[in-house]
Write a protein that binds this ligand. Structure first.
Ligand SMILES: C[S@@+](CC[C@H](N)C(=O)[O-])C[C@H]1O[C@@H](n2cnc3c(N)ncnc32)[C@H](O)[C@@H]1O
Length: 299
């Protein structure tokens, strides 16, 4: 298999065309079976109930189409590598290995999912937990991320900063907030022009491309809330309360309140970066006059 069959090239980037969905899924299943992936059987055998494993969800939602791995394969330069962070069935590694010239290294926690790929390309599969503080991301020119915004992604971002990784990141939207999250972290990622569409329907029908920048040690050791995205990345799991002043809607009055930073996340609201707090459930919109008055460390 030195190329994707020409007939199938018509499906590339057609994720918004619902008439083609069945054909793309069929195409991917054909490739899965060519690589000895038994999706249903494996999903039934997975016992890990952790939400981020997505055990048992549809193959077209869990996995990226081979056609989109092919689009990344085509974009990266000869001799370069791609690292798939949270690789599922390691479709990227299987495809790159079959096409040759470029390498795709898969990092996946769920060993059962990667079993078929391990039998074919053992050297390109790492069974590892991206949450493990001691795990170092393999260095490469390119990375691929199709994950939700949660603690796994936070851990990946901290590793990118800690390991000073300067590389391309291909990203496909998962739940609607992943691309925003990359765009918020302007000190870490610069968005690249890349008008490539996905072949399966996704929240946003594009493969996005970002370039990571090195963040200085000084910036990390002197983090302030003025740099909200980085500050939040390093503090969201700490025992910290925020004292906040908010304008009461429809009046000029303000009110002060206190909230824990735990469970909070960054969101796009009113078309700008805001902080969504869990307890109490509120959005802090700095563009609308909300302010953080102080940071109270509880330990
Ligand atoms: C949405 S799937 C994406 C799979 C693949 N990248 C693709 O696009 O086809 C995310 C994968 O990340 C894996 N994952 C979740 N948490 C992980 C962790 N802490 N370490 C390594 N892999 C993880 C899950 O098991 C799942 O297979």
């Amino acid at each position: 298999m030195k190329r994707i069959d020409l007939n199938y090239q018509d499906y590339i980037g057609q994720g918004e065309n619902s008439d083609l969905l069945v054909s793309v899924v069929e195409f991917d299943r054909k490739f899965d079976s060519y690589f000895n992936i038994e999706y249903q059987k494996v999903e039934q055998a997975i016992t890990n109930t952790d939400e981020s494993t997505y055990q048992g969800i549809e193959d077209s939602a869990l996995s990226t189409s081979y056609l989109d791995y092919f689009q990344m394969y085509t974009d990266i330069s000869q001799g370069e590598s791609l690292v798939d962070l949270g690789a599922g069935y390691c479709r990227g590694t299987l495809l790159f290995n079959a096409l040759g010239d470029k390498r795709c290294i898969s990092v996946e926690r769920e060993a059962l999912r990667s079993r078929a790929a391990v039998l074919k390309c053992e050297n390109d599969i790492l069974i590892a937990d991206l949450l493990d503080e001691n795990f170092r991301i393999p260095l490469a020119e390119n990375y691929f991320i199709y994950l939700p915004v949660d603690k796994v992604l936070y851990s990946i971002f901290k590793k990118i900063i800690g390991q000073k990784i300067e590389a391309n990141f291909y990203v496909i939207e998962s739940h609607g907030d992943l691309i925003d999250f990359f765009q918020f972290h302007k000190e870490l990622f610069v968005e690249q022009e890349f008008n490539i569409k996905t072949s399966l329907p996704r929240h946003r029908p594009f493969i996005y491309k970002f370039k990571s920048k090195i963040v200085s040690n000084e910036k990390i050791s002197n983090l302030t809330i003025d740099n909200l995205s980085l500050w939040h990345l390093y503090n969201n799991d700490k025992d910290i309360d925020l004292k906040i002043s908010s304008t009461i809607p429809g009046s000029k009055l303000t009110r002060e309140w206190r909230s824990s930073i735990k469970g909070s996340h960054l969101i796009r609201y009113n078309n700008r970066l805001c902080l969504s707090l869990e307890n109490p459930s509120r959005i802090i919109d700095f563009g609308n006059g909300d302010q953080i008055l102080s940071i109270i460390k509880k330990d």
